[in-house]
Design a protein around this ligand. Structure first.
Ligand code: PMV
Length: 314
């Protein structure tokens, strides 16, 4: 029996997190050094509907029906079946593995969904096109946190740099000049839903203060798009620094993130900011390729638990 395997990369948000939930543009890029993988294999001789699922990273080794209601893995299976208008899975085993750190702003949840939707739909003989994969993954994102912008499922499904505006058609970004980022993990897990919920409460209480912050962040994302498309990624550093300040004002930075951001700048990064939901998780620093190892070492010295050096290219 052949196994059906699919993978999906991690992602990082360069500009516009949080403001993107409120209609502002954001820019995100895939991170291919980390990925989620799903493998689906038929279990011949077993009854239809018998599904065994393993996801060692989150201690899952169970029959699908025994997972608690609302668990994202059975939800992904049932949303995929719904999309394909198939009532029940043939007996099969599903194995999910991932090298993407969980709750760290690298898109682990969306990447698992995308890999699983692809492997399952291929196993069922009707591989879904990217547009549908992203739409099904978006339904699962809503379970992780109620008001996702859709940026994670989009950048991860298409595995291309994207300029994302909520509810608008996909815009991929051409990047004439590649650039290097150091991504550093504070090691503080931070579920996106909490930060997004807190920002929503603050915004509801004081729209007059928070709307201009969102607009200013949107302005930075637009300026960053221009810098990228005109082949001037060196201009991103200043924009990242400004975006980090605005994210601090949104209350989503943390002492650990601020420490890593200033350590990166001191070590020669041309700009740095938190990335993703904030409060913990990852930050990013823009570096000249030759400075990347030194900035990475400085980030580890300043308390990062892991760094990834990644080249962003078209
Ligand atoms: O924490 P992450 O990388 O999954 O990013 C969340 C980005 C937010 O803008 C905070 C939320 C969203 O749905 O866009």
């Amino acid at each position: 029996m052949p196994a059906f395997t699919a993978t999906a990369p991690g992602k990082i948000i360069l500009f516009g997190e949080h403001a993107v939930v409120y209609g502002q543009p954001a820019i995100a890029v895939p991170v291919r050094q980390v990925q989620a993988r799903a493998v689906v294999q038929a279990l011949p001789g077993e009854k239809a509907g018998r599904v065994h699922i393993q996801a060692p990273a989150i201690q899952v080794d169970a029959r699908l029906e025994d997972l608690p209601p609302g668990h994202p893995l059975p939800a992904t299976v049932s949303e995929t079946l719904k999309e394909l208008q198939i009532e029940r899975l043939p007996a099969c085993s599903i194995r999910i593995t991932s090298t993407i750190p969980v709750a760290a702003g690298l898109g682990s949840g969306a990447a698992v969904s995308v890999a699983l939707i692809r492997a399952l739909s291929a196993f069922l003989g009707c591989p879904l096109p990217d547009e549908r994969v992203s739409a099904v993954a978006y339904e699962i994102e809503k379970l992780h946190h109620g008001t996702p912008s859709g940026i994670d499922n989009t950048v991860i499904t298409y595995a291309r740099p994207v300029y994302f505006v909520r509810q608008q058609t996909l815009q991929t970004l051409a990047l004439p000049a590649p650039f290097t980022l150091v991504i550093a993990d504070t090691g503080v897990p931070s579920p996106t839903s909490l930060a997004v919920g807190d920002v929503r409460r603050l915004w509801q209480a004081q729209r007059g203060y928070y709307d201009p912050l969102f607009e200013a962040i949107g302005g930075l994302a637009r300026a960053a798009r221009h810098a990228l498309e005109s082949g001037q990624p060196e201009l991103l550093g200043r924009l990242m620094d400004a975006n980090h300040t605005l994210l601090q004002q949104l209350t989503v930075s943390s002492p650990e993130l601020d420490r890593l951001v200033s350590a990166a700048r001191k070590a020669g990064a041309s700009g740095a900011k938190l990335s993703g939901g904030g409060r913990g998780g990852n930050m990013i620093a823009l570096v000249g390729a030759d400075r990347a190892p030194a900035v990475s070492a400085a980030l580890l010295d300043a308390g990062a638990v892991r760094t990834i050096i990644t080249q962003v290219a078209p």
